[in-house]
Design a protein. Structure first.
Length: 215
């Protein structure tokens, strides 16, 4: 996951988001800066409510473990023994939202580990590209939530008026053309030195469609 966070920015895949723009016509930049991590060793247990997840983000910022950044996206990523009680595995694999934390509009996301809880439902296949089924599945969910939080950070920007789908939703679990790694796993992206099987993203150019890269 660290490798994905450090290398997804600047990739042809993340560049799909540069086809999106704000009301002033300023396009999203193909830049993601990995700012670091903080660890919560189960202080709120293994059954996390949505309020618990926000508290984890708030605690990390409030303690100085992570910077307070309105342009940042904070990901709460769990181990395989921890779940989110509002519907992990049954209603979603991950989500993103925003809230006022420390007086600022903070964007954050939950990404669960489906390795043992719902491998089929949230993409934890064996073999996986890096022989880590849980983390490999989480990488795809992370990419999905990252692009949605980038183009629709406050829930009032880019989404389909017909059904509320954001860009990642429109291509959920659509992987496009894949290659086969030496261990037999399917992959379609390489970030840094590691291979991943990542859900495609909805591009606005040159035509509206699911894509693995732009241009």
């Amino acid at each position: 996951m660290t490798n994905a966070g450090q290398n997804i920015g600047g990739s042809p895949y993340f560049n799909i988001n540069s086809t999106y723009y704000d009301h002033a016509g300023t396009h999203v930049q193909n830049v993601v800066t990995y700012a670091g991590t903080a660890t919560d060793n189960g202080s709120l247990g293994t059954q996390l409510s949505d309020v618990n997840i926000q508290t984890i983000v708030s605690n990390a910022i409030g303690s100085g473990a992570l910077p307070s950044d309105t342009n940042g996206i904070y990901f709460v990523m769990t181990d395989k023994n921890t779940t989110a009680t509002s519907g992990f595995c049954t209603q979603y694999c991950g989500w993103h939202t925003n809230a006022t934390i420390g007086g600022k509009d903070i964007k954050y996301s939950f990404v669960g580990n489906p390795e043992t809880q719902c491998p089929a439902g949230c993409g934890a296949s064996t073999p996986s590209p890096n022989n880590t089924p849980g983390a490999d599945a989480m990488a795809s969910i992370f990419a999905h939530e990252l692009e949605e939080a980038t183009t629709d950070p406050d829930g009032n920007a880019w989404y389909a008026l017909s059904n509320g789908m954001e860009n990642g939703d429109k291509c959920a679990w659509n992987f496009g053309t894949t290659s086969t790694a030496s261990n037999g796993a399917k992959y379609n992206q390489t970030f840094g030195t590691m291979k991943y099987l990542i859900q495609q993203n909805w591009t606005l150019l040159p035509a509206q469609a699911c894509a693995q890269h732009y241009p």
